[in-house]
Unconditional design. Structure first.
Length: 187
């Protein structure tokens, strides 16, 4: 079995905040590595949880959003996702993101296993499967300033899973969310 328990082989000697804003911090730690040697570990720490939701309707269709990803220099098909607000419960953030990005509300939001995207980014991803979908009430469908180019597409969940497996969906949080939702649904 895969055991996650065990002692921490790293020791932090000093920490320096290289950059910080309301959403993230870039940290540089001086460490003692597992082999006993001195080292430096640099990573991003995201201050609020990341929430992502796989909406699936009664017909087995899911909703993906396409948006331009500035650092990648390309468009990306993804599940609705975003940063939680300070003090916001992850499930409430998932409801907000679903309404903002896709214009839907869900009567059932079921947590999927959560996780992390990278060893260089301390950002906790909370994944949800949304069912019982209905249009969001007026006023709930407002996008963040950088999201006005979003395109929403309703596609069969099995097609979205194939796109995640063959690389057409490259956003790893979306790949993991789609695969975990499909498994939960027995697809």
């Amino acid at each position: 079995m895969l055991d996650l328990d065990g002692p921490n082989p790293w020791r932090t000697r000093a920490r320096r905040v290289v950059f910080a804003n309301q959403r993230l911090r870039l940290l540089e730690d001086q460490v003692v590595q597992p082999d006993g040697g001195a080292g430096t570990y640099v990573f991003l720490q995201i201050e609020t949880p990341i929430v992502a939701v796989v909406p699936v309707d009664a017909d087995g269709q899911t909703y993906l959003v396409r948006q331009w990803r500035y650092p990648w220099g390309r468009n990306s098909w993804e599940i609705p996702a975003g940063g939680g607000e300070p003090g916001e419960a992850p499930v409430d953030g998932a409801r907000r993101e679903l309404a903002e990005e896709v214009g839907l509300c869900a009567s059932d939001l079921e947590p999927l296993p959560d996780g992390y995207a990278s060893a260089s980014i301390d950002g906790h991803w909370h994944l949800f499967l949304a069912r019982g979908l209905e249009p969001a009430p007026p006023g709930r469908h407002r996008r963040d300033p950088g999201e006005h180019d979003l395109i929403v597409r309703r596609v069969p969940l099995v097609e979205a899973v194939e796109a995640a497996l063959d690389g057409r969906i490259a956003h790893f949080g979306s790949v993991v969310g789609l695969l975990r939702a499909a498994r939960r649904l027995g697809i």
